[in-house]
Design a binder for this molecule. Structure first.
Ligand SMILES: [Zn+2]
Length: 421
């Protein structure tokens, strides 16, 4: 929506509509934000400064087209009390896959975007990697696990405190932290902190384990879109209706999203043309990730929203771009490579590997997943000038190729990306 309105009004006029529906609390972000406002008087001025800087960045970069993809390193803290809450690595990967699809507009349901809005839909050029090194530089799966005795730890402040049974934040300047836990028995799906709390001990997302990933989930919040929405907040997006409780005065600070009265639930039929703020066809954009519709009903960010998010990654969250969190840890890297080329990488699973012509002797090649599990093993003779590895039956993600030649050992990163099929 276009009209500008003071952020302060927006932030203070919240809450009242959050529980007005019998539905689950789709997003707890604004309750948390208003709590922060009460606790920390500097937060509001930080947010206002951020908004000024964001608008300035957008106005100077609006016409700039960039082909570069911004990568956000992610760490997932699974804080669980019961076995069910201790979600699997595969479940974590399934959520990463959703983010990597939705933020590149590679989601399978783009055809559900009404044709009237398709020209506005954006490839946000943002991607996500599970961290491969922890803050001390050691190899990691990008997933931490901690058993806790606290019920509904996500409703407390303990989830981000290891001495209180949670998991401490990893340097928020280098990692996007996501805590997956029981928030409040499944009522609240998740929440996130917008930039402005950047660098604090709870900067990141909290997602209830029932709404994280896509494996074995029940509709309507089963496609990982809770995290897509909350990452939007983390990257400075507001709700599409401007959190003005049905009025048309609030704003999401984005020009190409239609002004909208309040949030939508379920899966409305397009078009909605009885919204008080945008009654004219094609109406409001309820299929935007920043509305509250069902997972199967939301499928787009706009170009204006992309600008805000890219602005955040060039502003308050710029340090993520310098993060080494997704590089191979120095501890597993050794000396100059006997491998001269690996291509394509990322690939859909088929990798060609070439050795230096100077390489001599037998060579053992092994592929491990991030958990250190051996996936594939090949003994090759150096004379084979090109070696093929087929990982196409493996999930998208990062793998390590270990190459042993005589007494030498080296590691390389292989990235399987099935969206390249
Ligand atoms: Zn939200």
């Amino acid at each position: 929506m276009k009209n500008h309105f003071l952020l302060v009004i927006m932030l203070l006029a919240i809450n009242s509509n959050v529980f007005s529906q019998s539905q689950r609390n789709r997003c707890g972000t604004y309750e948390r934000v208003s709590r922060k406002l009460k606790e920390n008087p500097n937060f509001l001025s930080d947010r206002l400064d951020m908004e000024t800087a964001t608008q300035k960045w957008i106005s100077t970069h609006a016409q700039q087209r960039s082909s570069s993809i911004l990568t956000i390193p992610v760490v997932i803290h699974v804080v669980y009390r019961t076995n069910a809450e201790n979600i699997s690595d595969a479940q974590v990967q399934s959520q990463l896959d959703v983010l990597n699809a939705d933020y590149r507009r590679l989601n399978v349901d783009t055809s559900k975007t009404p044709k009237e809005f398709r020209a506005l839909a954006a490839d946000c050029q943002i991607q996500f990697c599970l961290a491969t090194q922890d803050p001390s530089g050691k190899a990691t799966t990008g997933i931490t696990r901690k058993q806790t005795s606290t019920n509904n730890i996500g409703s407390t402040t303990k989830y981000y405190s290891s001495v209180n049974g949670g998991e401490d934040i990893w340097n928020p300047n280098a990692y996007m932290n996501i805590w997956v836990c029981n928030i409040d028995g499944g009522n609240t799906l998740g929440f996130a902190y917008l930039p402005g709390t950047t660098g604090t001990l709870d900067d990141g997302l909290v997602i209830d384990y029932r709404f994280f990933g896509t494996i074995g989930m029940n509709p309507p919040y089963h496609l990982g879109r809770t995290v897509t929405h909350e990452v939007g907040h983390y990257l400075n997006l507001e709700h599409i209706w401007g959190d003005d409780n049905g009025a048309c005065t609030g704003t999401d600070y984005v020009a190409d999203t239609p002004n909208q009265g309040a949030e939508n639930y379920g899966c409305p039929k397009f078009p909605i043309t009885n919204d008080p703020c945008t009654p004219a066809f094609p109406g409001i954009m309820f299929m935007n990730y920043m509305d509250y519709t069902d997972d199967s009903c939301m499928n787009m960010f706009t170009k204006g929203q992309k600008q805000r998010m890219v602005g955040a990654l060039n502003g308050p969250r710029i340090s993520l771009q310098a993060s080494k969190a997704c590089q191979i840890p120095a501890s597993v890297m050794e000396r100059v490579s006997e491998v001269s080329a690996i291509y394509p990488n990322p690939s859909n699973g088929i990798f060609n590997i070439e050795l230096q012509s100077s390489a001599q002797g037998d060579c053992l090649m092994e592929v491990f997943n991030l958990m250190g599990k051996l996936i594939l093993q090949k003994k090759v003779f150096i004379f084979a000038d090109q070696i093929k590895f087929d990982l196409s039956d493996q999930a998208s993600g990062i793998y390590f190729l270990k190459v042993k030649i005589k007494d030498r050992m080296e590691m390389h990163k292989l990235i399987v990306d099935h969206s390249k099929n």
